[in-house]
Design a protein around this ligand. Structure first.
Ligand SMILES: N[C@@H](CCC(=O)N[C@@H](CS)C(=O)NCC(=O)O)C(=O)O
Length: 345
C-alpha cells in the first residue's frame, strides 16, 4: 500500500513539473540568451558592492550576484555587461529594459515590489541606515543631530527614513540632496554637510575607500544608531518568472553551498560526496537544473567561478577586504544570522 501511494505521488510530481514547463523561457531570458550576455544594473561605484577598476573590470558583492546569474545561465560568470546607475535612475533603467536586473544596494520594500512592477528575488545583504559625522563635531549619538545639515541621495529609502526619524524624535534638519555618489561624498568631506546618511555598509565603504587626503578614515565616526531595515537584494521586472527564478536561486545556491561546506576550492572534490543533499545541489543527482531550465552543473559553475556566499562576503566586504565588515545579520542562520536558503530539492 505504501509503495503504491509513493509511486502515485511521484507520478503526480512528474505531471506537475511537465505541465509547468520548466524549460519554457520567458521573453527576458530569451533575450539574454540571444544576446549571449546578461545586462546587470549596478551602482556607479561603491567599493565592496560594485566598483570598476582602471581597466573597467567590475568587482564587489553585487557584481558577484550578477556573475552567479551569468554562471547559471551561460556556465560563464564573465558574460555580464555592467551598467552603472544612480539610485534615482535605477528603477527607470529596469522598467525600460535598459538592464535585465538590478544588483546595487537596493532595499526591498512593498511599493517597489508591487507598484513599480518589480520582484525582489532575495536578500544579498541585510543592512540598516546609519549616520557618519566628522569626529571634530564631537557628536556621539544621532539624537544630538537637531539642526544638522545632512547629505542624502534622492530616490532612496534613506531620504524617507531620515524624514521619519527626525519627525519621530522632534528634531529639525536641513537636507542637502545630491544624486551623484562622488558629488555627495565630496560635499560631505568638504564640510558642506555635517552628516552623511546612507546604508551603514555604504558608510563603511566610503570611509574605507573614499576619504580624500590629508583626511583619513580615523577622522570620521559612524554613530551607533541604525534607524531602519534595509534588506538589499537583486530585482527583476515582472513578466518573466523563469528569469526571476534563476536570479532567486543563483543567490540561494551561494548561501546553500556555504551551509553545506562547498567552496570554490573543494567543489571538484565535493562532486564525489555521498551526501544526497550535496549530490542534488551539485547536479550529480540530476533534476534541479532541469526544474530551473539551466544546466545541471549550474551550482558547480557558480561556486567554482564566484564562490559560495561566505567566500564572496569575505573577499568583498569582510576580513579579506579593506572594509572589514562583520558578518553580523549576514551570517548563516546556523551561526546566528539571517542568511537562509530554502532547500534545493
Ligand atoms: N538602499 C537604499 C539606498 C541605495 C543607494 O543607492 N544609495 C546611494 C547612496 S550615495 C548609493 O549607494 N549610490 C551609489 C551610486 O549611485 O553609485 C535604497 O535602496 O534606496
Amino acid at each position: 500500500m505504501r509503495t503504491i501511494t509513493s509511486l502515485a505521488g511521484a507520478a503526480a510530481l512528474a505531471v506537475t513539473i511537465g505541465a509547468a514547463g520548466a524549460a519554457h523561457a520567458g521573453k527576458d531570458l530569451d533575450a539574454i540568451k540571444a544576446r549571449g550576455q546578461l545586462i546587470c544594473g549596478v551602482s556607479t561605484g561603491t567599493a565592496g558592492f560594485s566598483l570598476a577598476d582602471s581597466k573597467g573590470v567590475w568587482t564587489g558583492m553585487d557584481v558577484d550576484v550578477c556573475r552567479a546569474v551569468a554562471a547559471a545561465i551561460f556556465g560563464d560568470a564573465s558574460k555580464v555587461k555592467y551598467v552603472p546607475t544612480t539610485a534615482q535612475q535605477r528603477f527607470t533603467a529596469l522598467q525600460s529594459g535598459e538592464v535585465d536586473m538590478l544588483s546595487r544596494t537596493t532595499t526591498w520594500t512593498l511599493t517597489r515590489d508591487t507598484a513599480l512592477g518589480f520582484d525582489f528575488t532575495g536578500v544579498s545583504y541585510y543592512d540598516g541606515q546609519g549616520f557618519m559625522v566628522n569626529k571634530k563635531l564631537g557628536v556621539k549619538s544621532a539624537k544630538e543631530l537637531n539642526g544638522a545639515t545632512i547629505c542624502v541621495s534622492p530616490g532612496t529609502t534613506t531620504e524617507l527614513n531620515l524624514a521619519d526619524y527626525f519627525r519621530a524624535n522632534k528634531m529639525q534638519f536641513k537636507p542637502v540632496v545630491i544624486e551623484k555618489a562622488d558629488e555627495i561624498r565630496a560635499a560631505f568631506f568638504t564640510g558642506r554637510c555635517d552628516v552623511y546618511t546612507t546604508d551603514a555598509s555604504s558608510l563603511y565603504s566610503v570611509r574605507a575607500a573614499n576619504v580624500p587626503a590629508p583626511l583619513t578614515a580615523a577622522d570620521f565616526v559612524i554613530l551607533p544608531e541604525i534607524i531602519s531595515k534595509e534588506p538589499l537584494g537583486p530585482v527583476v521586472r515582472h513578466g518573466d518568472n523563469q528569469f526571476g527564478d534563476i536570479v532567486r536561486w543563483a543567490l540561494y545556491a551561494m548561501v546553500e553551498a556555504e551551509e553545506y561546506g562547498i567552496t570554490s576550492a573543494n567543489v571538484e572534490q565535493m562532486l564525489k560526496s555521498e551526501d544526497p543533499t550535496i549530490k542534488r545541489i551539485l547536479g550529480v543527482t540530476p533534476g534541479m537544473g532541469k526544474a530551473l531550465g539551466v544546466d545541471e552543473k549550474w551550482v558547480v559553475n557558480i561556486v567554482k567561478q564566484v564562490g559560495n556566499y561566505g567566500e564572496a562576503f569575505d573577499r568583498n566586504l569582510g576580513a579579506g577586504s579593506p572594509l572589514k565588515i562583520e558578518r553580523g545579520l549576514n551570517q548563516l542562520w546556523t551561526k546566528g544570522g539571517l542568511q537562509y536558503s530554502p532547500p534545493i530539492r
